[in-house]
Each structure stands twice: as structure tokens, then as C-alpha cells.
Write a protein that binds this ligand. Sequence first.
Ligand code: NAD
Length: 321
Amino acid sequence: MIVIPEHLVERLFTAEAAFEAVEAVFAAMSRREAENFPVVRDMIGHADAVYGIKSGFDRAGLALGLKAGGYWPGNAEKGLTNHQSAVLLFDADTGRPSAIVSGNHLTAMRTAAASAVSIRYLARPDARVLGMVGAGHQAAFQMRAALRQRHFEKVVGWNLHPEMLPGLAAVAQAEGVAFEAVELDRLGAEADVIITITSSFAPILLAEHVKPGTHIAAMGTDTRGKQELDPGLVAAASVFTDEVAQSISIGECQHAVAAGLVLAEDIGEIGAVVTGAAAGRRSLEEITLFDGTGVALQDLAGAAKVVELARDAGPLVSVDL
Ligand code: NAD
């Protein structure tokens, strides 16, 4: 079994590698060649931590395994990232553990790649202004991946905690793009693509904020009860997701479905747009929404890609179990 530490994942798992892995696995999911297994996720009654296991199998890419980890809110004080995880891969032919891959950078990159895939397939080709709602750990990854998808000239950002926005502005500056902190109504009026990536439990972005033709990647809601969008906005959009079952239970669509505003059968899979089995954006005026809930297969595809790149890169740490 090989062991791939965090620093090697950071070096090898580029935005291109993440995009390629996530795009391919979304397509495999849509062809029913890849399946996510039921998620286990709960408070553990210690250190206020939430711990979970996500697993699945991609028969096309032969990625079999699980990601285990969660959220430890006290970690920041210890100089550690609050989100901690690792991916364990198994040989699909023998069931033997084949690799353990550190999951922190991997998670941020695969999550950013998911919204980037949605932008590539669903945003208007002439999108020029990116709106960022959220300025935490994931936001910088999201913004960097999004900026690669269109000729964005400017980023407008809003965050509940405005003191966090200069950090995001610095990332935009490093990417060579102008950044402006704005109120939500201006963000919606200017942005052609909006990414929401917060820990919110109440709607932030409302239907009246958003102009026709906008693409929204709603990435923060990955748990029951979390919410970033007004259900009326979800109902007004053409909705796509990574996995419908997660979208309606733990994703952004949980609220619009519960309110009877959206039906599960109205939600499209982004993978079907990738394969060409389903249409994406139908007009320049429609609002498209990607509900990115985060599936195990993104982690497994990403980890498998890292293993492939690590084998090419040179000597590996190997252990006999
Ligand atoms: P973080 O703790 O670094 O940042 C949290 C962000 O949410 C900050 O912008 C903060 O200002 C904002 N925020 C906090 N409480 C809020 C509230 N009550 N209302 C509105 N905004 C609030 O977290 P992060 O690592 O950047 O993750 C952001 C979110 O993304 C989390 O909810 C996390 O669970 C989710 N996430 C989703 C996926 C996925 O695949 N969809 C993957 C990783 C993380």
C-alpha cells in the first residue's frame, strides 16, 4: 500500500488534474458506471467534531474506496485545518488496500473542480464578472478554479464576516483579476456567475438579487439544515446537481423540494450534460443552478488521479499491511 502525504497531494493535484478527474467521474455517474454508497455522518460527542464516511465505486475508472474524516472546530487554535480527512483506496480486483491519500487539499480541489465543471458547461460563454459569496477556506480554491473557465475581468465579493474579504481580494490580485467588496444587490446585478461557499443555515442570495442569464454554483450546503439560497431562486432556475439523492436530502434543493417548489425529477445531473445526454443552458436569459453537494466519487477519482501522478513522479512511500 502506498502512502501519499498532504504535501505531495498539494504538489501533484493541480486544477487541471482535479477538473479532469471530476468531469470524468460525473460522466461515469450519469452512465451508471459509478455509484456512491450511503453516507455515514454524525457528531461523535467529543471535541464538538462531526465525523463521517463516504464511499463508492467507479467501475469505469476502477476507483474503489472511502473518504473518512470531518470537521473539528477547535483545530484552528491548534494551527490545524478544521476539516480533516483521508482517502483509502482498494484494488478493485483483489480488495487489497492500495493507497492512503491525505484528503485536505484533495477535498478543496475536488470541490472547486465541481463548480468549475458546472461553469464550463452551464455559464454563458460571455460571462465576465464572477461573484463570490463566502470568504472562508474553500472560497479561494473555488475562485481560482472558476477564473480558469471564462475570461473573467472582475470579481465582486460578499461575506457575512466582511473582515475575511481582504484575504480573498489578495488571492484575486495574485490571479491578476480586480476584486471589489460589494453588497448583495450589487453582487447579483453585476455577476454573470455566482459561487456560494458558506456555512450558512439561512438564505443569503434571493431571487431579486440575481439577473437573468446568471449561473449559480451553490457549494456550501452539504448537510441537512444548511441553506444559502432562497427557495424561490432555486425554483426560478434550471437546476443541475452532482447527485439528485444528495441534492434533495442534504444539498441546497432540500428546501425548495420540502416547500413543494421543485420536484426531484426536475433536477438534472451535471454528468448528463457532460456526456451530452442532456441539454445544459437552453437560452442566454435563463438562470442555471448547480447544487454541488460533494460526493464520495469525487474524492475517489481525485485520489486515484493523485496515485497515478505520484507513480509517474518518482519514489513512493510503500507499506506492507
Ligand atoms: P470556513 O469555516 O473556512 O468558512 C465559512 C464561510 O462561511 C465564511 O465565509 C464565513 O464568513 C461564512 N459563514 C459562517 N457562518 C455563516 C452564517 N451563519 N451565515 C452566512 N455565512 C456564514 O469553511 P469552508 O471550509 O470555506 O467551507 C464552507 C462551506 O462549504 C461549509 O459549509 C462546508 O461544509 C462546505 N463544503 C462543501 C463541500 C461540497 O462538496 N459541497 C466541500 C467542502 C466544504
